[in-house]
Design a protein around this ligand. Sequence first.
Ligand code: ARG
Length: 463
Amino acid sequence: MSSDSSTNQQWGGRFAEPTDAFVQRFTASVDFDQRMFRQDIAGSKAHAKMLAKVGVLTEEECDQIHQGLTQIEGEIERGEFAWSVELEDVHMNIEARLTQLIGITGKKLHTGRSRNDQVATDIRLYLRDEIDNIEQELQRLQTGLLDLAEREAETIMPGFTHLQTAQPVTFGHHLLAWFEMLTRDADRLRDCRKRLNQSPLGAAALAGTSYPIDRAYSAELLGFSKPTENSLDSVSDRDFAIEFCAFSSLLLTHLSRASEELVLWTSAQFDFIELPDRFCTGSSIMPQKKNPDVPELVRGKTGRINGHLIALLTLMKSQPLAYNKDNQEDKEPLFDAIDTVKDCLRAFADMIPAIRSKKDSMYEAAKRGYATATDLADYLVCKGLPFRDAHEVVGRSVAFALEKNVDLSELTLEQLQQFSDIISEDVFDVLTLEGSVAARNHFGGTAPEQVKLAVKRAREALA
Ligand code: ARG
């Protein structure tokens, strides 16, 4: 590699003095963009192949470039590659090494391209690969939820509004609510992938290139659905990264809601579930403690992801066309969002199948909360009482039961009849928790039968 020590190797000609050492560090991205080395190499190989196809490179030159790049990929994988801050970013590090390895042909690789379309291509490829990994992990979590929901289809627990006991529900039904949230997240993820999967290669610096390039060919080689339409837009917008972070924010919002419930449910006050010890930690001072750290951390990481979304939105806002160096700031938030989402999904996918429900405790809690009060009202309505009057009768019955410290189902028929003489023996069918959930037997309802049907439908949709 020829180099003039007084100027930068990559844009030497115009400059009269070398880059300030601080500016070099300040403007470099190699510390964090080197993780895209595989995509950078794949993009370069496709570009070289396209250049050979249109006759800008010879076949031998293209082969040489491919061999050199393959060698570099090996060096990086084995940890033998010497990354250099002076070479600023992953793109120039690899290109410089290529020229060192294969000489003058290495310098021809950058024909008809710019780092601007190169980096836009690399990020899209990188994110696309990670989206595929994330989709799989999301599916693993969803499958675990379905298995658990099926096992817990008959388990009765209190359903809440305002975190006050409202009506009995089945635990399986509750878990399927989480499942639905994740189904929409998975949809959003696939949608994001679809939009980002277009090739910016060939947009060059901003205006395209005067070489007779074949953009559709390089797009196809890289598995993109097509080349992007507009060169200015191609090199500048990072909306796909923003979209991914928006997906991540919603996913983490959902996981944090589930986390919050897991934390509540493992507390002595609720005592609904048991998380296995391997997902919990103890306290260094309080020997009795078993803390649900994993869901707590997932809940906490939501803030970090929301921060990344706002960072990228703010980064993009007001940027004039086309590429601006601001865009180098896209990577750290995006990469951290990817890493965080993968970790949180993994934590959940591992943890969910290991949850053990404490059925007696859930049942007792549902009973304590007068969860079948609405069922009593519905019963009275069926017997001809207007709903508002029924509400009043039940309210007084609950007050009476509260005073006696018993559940509605534990009142005697005579006691219930004080509040309405249309109540008869069959009232006890609806006052039980089992009767209450079984009665909600329609599409989307909490009845065990419906939970099993919903699991079946969901399995078919997932497959
Ligand atoms: N490291 C840069 C980035 O991440 C690559 C593109 C630089 N292009 C430029 N004209 N300075 O955005």
